[in-house]
Design a protein around this ligand. Structure first.
Ligand SMILES: C[S@@+](CC[C@H](N)C(=O)[O-])C[C@H]1O[C@@H](n2cnc3c(N)ncnc32)[C@H](O)[C@@H]1O
Length: 190
């Protein structure tokens, strides 16, 4: 059976993330993805995870402590738009699981401007061969705008430097999430 966008995102991460790597979770939420990444990089790796909601940071911390994976994670309570100042070392990968925190206030959601600022920030930090994966939820109004903006911008990334993939289920109801994968090329093609 075909995998949904989130599982596809995880597969694209698993393919490249190695123990001891540094990666970013741009939207920590309830910490499921942060834990997934923390396990990939292991005790000697590093995950920097962002969220603007204290409830999300708390939920993520609790999950990581319970699963004995807090050691390799730095939690940043603030916007991923700050990424370029918070993260200064190269990263292997970054993950964006956009939208609102499940079970919380649905009006607090990721927004086009800060999302694009953060995506650009990750692209500057990616190691050659590294990937930024983005799960887009467009079942709500701001998600629709965010999807349009991200798809428009990623289509303009220079192909000498990046490969960009977009996957979508075309015959499903209720606007299923879509995936964008941006891979930094190993060597610019001349
Ligand atoms: C769909 S949830 C993420 C799910 C999460 N990755 C998980 O595994 O549970 C989206 C999260 O993005 C957060 N968010 C919204 N705007 C943000 C911003 N500017 N910077 C960082 N996080 C943001 C929300 O608070 C919410 O927790």
């Amino acid at each position: 059976m075909l995998q949904n966008a989130l599982n596809q995102a995880k597969s694209y991460m698993k393919e490249i993330v190695l123990p001891e790597d540094h990666v970013v979770d741009a939207t920590a939420g309830n910490g499921h993805d942060t834990l997934f990444l923390a396990r990939l990089v292991g005790k000697n790796g590093k995950v920097t995870a962002f969220d603007i909601q204290a409830a999300a940071i708390d939920a993520t911390r609790e999950r990581l402590v319970r699963e004995q994976a807090i050691h390799q994670v730095t939690l940043y309570h603030g916007s991923h738009a700050d990424l370029s100042t918070v993260v200064t070392l190269p990263i292997r990968a970054a993950m964006f699981n956009l939208g609102y925190l499940p079970g919380a206030d649905r009006s607090i959601t990721t927004t086009s401007d800060s999302t694009w600022t953060a995506i650009l920030g990750t692209l500057n930090l990616l190691l050659p061969g590294g990937r930024t994966v983005i799960v887009l939820y467009h079942g709500h109004e701001s998600g629709k705008r965010e999807r349009e903006r991200v798809l428009q911008q990623v289509a303009d990334l220079p192909q000498e430097q990046f490969q960009v993939l977009h996957t979508a289920f075309l015959n499903q109801q209720n606007s299923p999430p879509e995936l964008v994968v941006i891979e930094k090329k190993k060597q610019p093609v001349r």
